[in-house]
Structures are given as structure tokens and as C-alpha cells.
Design a protein around this ligand. Structure first.
Ligand code: GDP
Length: 479
């Protein structure tokens, strides 16, 4: 397809009686009118700011292979509540917070780096898989390896199933900690069978999933768990370049009285130093002090995979906000201000993206370039009323095999549509299908704000017809 010349656009504008010149800004509706006049389809794309360019440049900056060194794996614990995530982490780091916690529920995202025989592992403990996926939805893939905690007495529970789906969607290796193995009368084989049924076949049964039997209360299997994680890390050769400026993710932050803002960051690449200028989400600042997240000791620098408490930001950034170290505090201030501005505008009036005349042309062209000849991938999350429905849907879906598209079911489970499903869909660009079930209020409103599509069905052939249509790109959004 040929590109559209300025003259043609100006002509179309004149025909429509729209005043403008090459530098004029216009709203999306006007742009759409002109596009229609030119027989084109318009795609909305936010105008790239100078600030974005600076950040994108950092993100795209390739590391010289010679500068890469191995970095510790970042490990996240996932699992059903009360199966022992907190206790395992406590044992590993040698402290006890379970007893001190209100109701025993992990409220915060904890992150600690621990060392064993000169090798390190960074552990991240989130309040649940929702928080894990929430960060992924925000583009913050912090996890290298997921430890799925399964209590041997309970076996796989609904939240374990969800955690499995979330870990699989993140495409990270999964290690199972079969916990509470100290309890009398537990039968590990039962859990192993359940794991196999969930496509996590234990290595001892010929599969590729390491299952470590643990007891967080007795300390059983802790060395083995660490060894397993370190071996997986070695196999995957996680690397980073410690000699570049730091970038990474904010795990959580708070305003702490006279200490000011304390942000828990995890450095993903580069090295962060006291005195560095940081922009993190809609805030910025100069690093005044850094502390080890476990010991509280002051730190002068933090390299790849290191979690660190940072003081000096102007305001608390959000969990999952990415951070970048810049050269110039004025740039950082400007980028933060632009972001803060954009997010307040969004929350006030929905989307008010403006396109300039110059952008408009590239939009026109992009619209025509939209149909790339690659395989179409469709991610699905399926919720149904009963197991039988899930099986019937699976059977129908397997018939839809086609050389031009892949259907990937990230999660299939019995029950209503939850906030966790919406978060997972958002992070993985998936569509949620509900069969004889509805979303709860939280899920509904989250789907609205995040633009996640939920479709509901009560007849199976309608569901499969829709998927066919979706794959052929001719499905209209549900009313
Ligand atoms: P979380 O919700 O997954 O973080 O679970 P917790 O770590 O808070 O543990 C829930 C309960 O199980 C606590 O009362 C722990 O003391 C207990 N627990 C955790 N691990 C073990 C274990 O290996 N053996 C036994 N017997 N109890 C455990």
C-alpha cells in the first residue's frame, strides 16, 4: 500500500470543512472523519513524548555480551493460603514473622537476598498470585522462578490451581515445595498425582518438575530447595550488565514520617548507587540512602537482582512501577510530571488522546500495516459452572485446530470470574470466557477499567462459533 501524502490529507480536510495546517492538533474523532473520507481505517496510538524516547532508549540499549555476568535468580513463592509460603521464606532467611503477623496473612511484598556458599538467591513473597500477575500486567516481569507451595495434607486447592495458571502464563520454571511433610499420616503420592493431573509431572515420575519435600517448621528440605533453585539458575544462565545505569521495578513504597518516602526496589539490570537520579512511575528523586531489605544495613550500591530500600523519592511510586536511572534530574522531573499529568487526565476523563497532524499520517500508514502475516495467537481464560462443561468446551476447542492460529488456554476452572482472572487476562492479553457463570463486582469493574473482554455463554456451540469468528478477526465487542 502506498503512503498517503500531506496534500491528500489536506484535501480531505478541505472537503470536510476542517481548518488546519501541518502542525495543527486534532482530536481522534476529527482524525477518524478524515480517515473515513480517505477510505482508511484509523488506529489510535498515543503520541510518543520526548520523555518516552529517553526511557525507551534505556530499555532498548543492548548489553555488550562481554559486559554480562551471571546474576542471582529472583524467586517468587506462590500457593494456597496457609500452605506455608511465609514460613518457608522465614526459615530460609532465618527470621520469624509469621507469628508477628496480623491473622497470619502476608500483607506486604517482601524481598530478600540470601547467600549460600557464595551464591545468592533473591526471594520475593507477594500477598498472592494476584499481586504477582498485577506486576506482570504493568510490564514488570521480576520473577525468574516460581516456587509453588503445596501443603502435603491439603494437596492442590483452588488457589493452588490459580497459582499454577499464573506461573505458567508467566512462562517461568516451576519448582514445587511439597510442604508440611512433617505432619503425621500425609501421603506425598496423593499430591504428586494431583500435580501430574495439572501437567506438572514430578521429575521422580519422569517429568520435568522438581518436587522438594519440605517442612518449614522443622527445616526439612531447605538446603535441597535452595540447591534446586541454584541449579535451575545455572541452567538458565540469568545474566545482567552491572556496569550500566540501573533499571528495575518498584515492589512497594510508603511515606515514613521523617525518613520520607521509602521505596522497595529491585534492580533488574545495572548498578544503582547513592546519589543516582531515579525516575519511577510518576515520581522521581535523587537516591539519598539505600538499605539492605533484610538487615537494614546501609548500602552504597546495589547490583542486578538486588532488592533494596531506597530513600529520596519525592512521592511513593506504585507497586509494579518501573524505575530508570537518568543523568539529569531535570529530565527525571519532567518525565515524572508528564506521567503524573497523563494519569490524572486519564482518571478524570477517560481517554483524551490527541494526535498531531504529523502523527496522523503515520497513524494512517500503521492502520494499513496492521495485518501482519503471522500466526494469530488467542489466549483464553475459561470459567465454567461444572467440570463437565469445562471438559465439553475443551473437546470443542481441540477441534478448532488450524494452521494459522494457536489457541492457548491459560486457565480453566470451575467457579465465577474473579479479579485474579481479570488481572491474568490483562497481563497476558487474554479474553475471559464464562460458561454459565458471571463475574463478581470487583472483576466486572476491573475489566471495565482495564479494557479486558469478558464474554458469557450458556450454549457451547455459541462459544466455539465466537472463537472461530474472533480468530478470523470479525467479531464485534460484546454489548
Ligand atoms: P502462607 O499463608 O502460605 O504464608 O502460610 P504460613 O506460612 O502463614 O503458614 C500457615 C500455617 O501453617 C502456620 O500456622 C504455620 O506455622 C504452619 N506451617 C507452615 N509450614 C509448615 C510445615 O512445614 N509444617 C507444619 N506442621 N506446619 C507448617
Amino acid at each position: 500500500a502506498a503512503s498517503i501524502g500531506v496534500a491528500q490529507v489536506l484535501k480531505a480536510m478541505m472537503t470536510l470543512g476542517i481548518m488546519g495546517n501541518i502542525n495543527a492538533e486534532m482530536d481522534f474523532e476529527t482524525a477518524e472523519l478524515i480517515a473515513t473520507e480517505l477510505n482508511l481505517e484509523l488506529q489510535l496510538k498515543a503520541a510518543e513524548t520526548l520523555e518516552d524516547e529517553l526511557i525507551n532508549e534505556i530499555e532498548d540499549q543492548a548489553d555488550d555480551p562481554d559486559s554480562l555476568v551471571s546474576r542471582p535468580p529472583v524467586v517468587t513463592f506462590l500457593g494456597h493460603v496457609d500452605h506455608g509460603k511465609t514460613s518457608l521464606l522465614d526459615y530460609l532467611i532465618g527470621i520469624n514473622v509469621v507469628s508477628g503477623e496480623a491473622g497470619g496473612i502476608t500483607q506486604h511484598i517482601r524481598a530478600y537476598e540470601i547467600e549460600k556458599d557464595g551464591r545468592s538467591v533473591t526471594f520475593v513473597d507477594t500477598p498472592g498470585h494476584e499481586a504477582f500477575t498485577e506486576m506482570r500486567a504493568r510490564g514488570a516481569n521480576v520473577t525468574d522462578i516460581a516456587v509453588l507451595v503445596v501443603a502435603a495434607d491439603d494437596g492442590i486447592m483452588p488457589q493452588t490451581e490459580e497459582a499454577i495458571s499464573h506461573a505458567k502464563a508467566a512462562e517461568v520454571p516451576i519448582v514445587v515445595a511439597l510442604n508440611k511433610i512433617d505432619l503425621e499420616g500425609v501421603d506425598p503420592n496423593r499430591a504428586l498425582t494431583q500435580l501430574t493431573e495439572h501437567q506438572l509431572t514430578p521429575s521422580e515420575w519422569g517429568g520435568d518438575v522438581e518436587v522438594v519435600r519440605t517442612s518449614a517448621t522443622k527445616g526439612t528440605g531447605m538446603d535441597e530447595l535452595l540447591e534446586t533453585l541454584l541449579t535451575i539458575a545455572e541452567l538458565n544462565e540469568y545474566q545482567a550488565n552491572p556496569s550500566r545505569s540501573a533499571l528495575g521495578v518498584c515492589l512497594e513504597s510508603e511515606q515514613q514520617g521523617d525518613r520520607g518516602v521509602v521505596a522497595k526496589l529491585i534492580v533488574q539490570n545495572g548498578t544503582m548507587r547513592v546519589g543516582d537520579v531515579v525516575v519511577c512511575g510518576p515520581t522521581y528523586g535523587r537516591v539519598r540512602a539505600m538499605n539492605n531489605t533484610l538487615t537494614g544495613e546501609p548500602m552504597e550500591e546495589a547490583g542486578p537482582s538486588t532488592p533494596v530500600s531506597v530513600m529520596g523519592l519525592e512521592a511513593p511510586p506504585g507497586a509494579g512501577d518501573r524505575f530508570h536511572v537518568l543523568d539529569d534530574i531535570a529530565d527525571a522531573r519532567e518525565i515524572a510530571a508528564t506521567r503524573a499529568d497523563a494519569s490524572s487526565r486519564e482518571s478524570l476523563s477517560g481517554t483524551t488522546t490527541k494526535v498531531s497532524f504529523n502523527d496522523f499520517q503515520s497513524l494512517l500508514q500503521d492502520g494499513r500495516l496492521g495485518q501482519a502475516e503471522e500466526r494469530v495467537k488467542l489466549n483464553l481464560i475459561i470459567r465454567a459452572d461444572v467440570k463437565g462443561s469445562l471438559e465439553a468446551i475443551d473437546k470443542e476447542l481441540s477441534k478448532l485446530d488450524h494452521p494459522e492460529f494457536d489457541i492457548k488456554v491459560l486457565q480453566r476452572s470451575v467457579g465465577g470470574i474473579t479479579l485474579a482472572d481479570v488481572t491474568l487476562a490483562d497481563a497476558s492479553n487474554a479474553v475471559i470466557l464464562g460458561f454459565n457463570v458471571i463475574p463478581d463486582e470487583q472483576a466486572r469493574s476491573a475489566a471495565d477499567t482495564r479494557g479486558v473482554e469478558i464474554r458469557r455463554y450458556d450454549v457451547i456451540y455459541k462459544l466455539t462459533d465466537d472463537i472461530k469468528a474472533m480468530l478470523e478477526g470479525r467479531l464485534k465487542p460484546e454489548e
